[in-house]
Design a protein around this ligand. Structure first.
Ligand SMILES: CCCCCCCCCCCCC/C=C/[C@@H](O)[C@H](COP(=O)(O)O)NC(=O)CCCCCCCCCCCCCCC
Length: 216
């Protein structure tokens, strides 16, 4: 699924649709779709310029870790985030308090992407409700400061802040999304956001239940 997203001309609607397909009927989060959603977003970010490549590199390495889990001998245990959490905890495959033998556990890797999903949710909501003269760089920075920044060192925060300043204005940004006229972008965001929020909340509740929100 991720490959087909990469081969066609980029369209953000399709990427967000992939995220929407993450949820199963009984509200579990499918790892393949979750990861494919991130791959599409990273592709979008790459099209915004090479200044984002340090972010892209980190995201790609986390995506690859999850693909490796899915392709590994125990891939079936990683079908959903719920099954992954249970499997890794039952088999003591997670560093719970300090970094140790499992720097690439699915639980810690998904946690990093999960925190980034909160940034995405906040950023898209700001884009959705912005006016024509709204600044994407400010929307992006505000969303970041409210979410991911809390988990990053000052060096990463500084680098991210510089990258945000290079974001194009709202109208160019909307064009790169390749969704259609601004009204259509706004409608598409309004349609996608509730599902992204739901995926975020389900993961947040799961990680809270198992006390995994601060994995090193
Ligand atoms: C459109 C502009 C895109 C701005 C992206 C905002 C997110 C800023 C994240 C900055 C991350 C910097 C890179 C390094 C991070 C790591 O230190 C850190 C911790 O990892 P560790 O515990 O293994 O060491 N990693 C993370 O927090 C994971 C970051 C994952 C970032 C994924 C970002 C994908 C962005 C996709 C943008 C799509 C925008 C679509 C809008 C219409």
């Amino acid at each position: 699924m991720a490959d087909s997203v990469e081969e066609k001309k980029f369209c953000l609607t399709e990427v967000l649709d992939v995220f929407k397909s993450c949820l199963t009927e009984n509200k579990e989060v499918l790892v393949d779709q979750y990861v494919a959603g991130w791959r599409g977003l990273v592709k979008f970010m790459n099209s915004l310029g090479s200044i984002f490549s340090f972010i892209s590199k980190d995201a790609v390495s986390k995506i690859q870790i999850m693909i490796n889990h899915r392709n590994g001998n125990n891939g079936a245990e990683y079908v959903t985030i719920q099954s992954m959490v249970k499997y890794e905890l039952d088999n003591k495959l997670v560093d719970l308090t300090k970094s140790g033998n499992f720097p690439e556990s699915g639980c810690r890797t998904i946690l990093r992407l999960h925190r980034a999903l909160r940034w995405l949710e906040l950023f898209l909501e700001r884009l959705r409700t912005s006016t024509e003269d709204g600044k994407t760089s400010v929307m992006c920075a505000d969303a970041y400061n409210e979410s991911l920044a809390h988990h990053h060192s000052w060096l990463i925060r500084a680098a991210a802040g510089m990258a945000f300043c290079t974001l194009p204005g709202r109208s160019t940004f909307f064009e790169v999304m390749n969704v259609g006229p601004p009204e259509q972008v706004v409608a598409m965001l309004g349609d996608a956001l509730p599902l992204i929020s739901e995926v975020y909340q389900i993961t947040e509740d799961l990680y809270t239940e198992y006390n995994l929100l601060n994995l090193p």
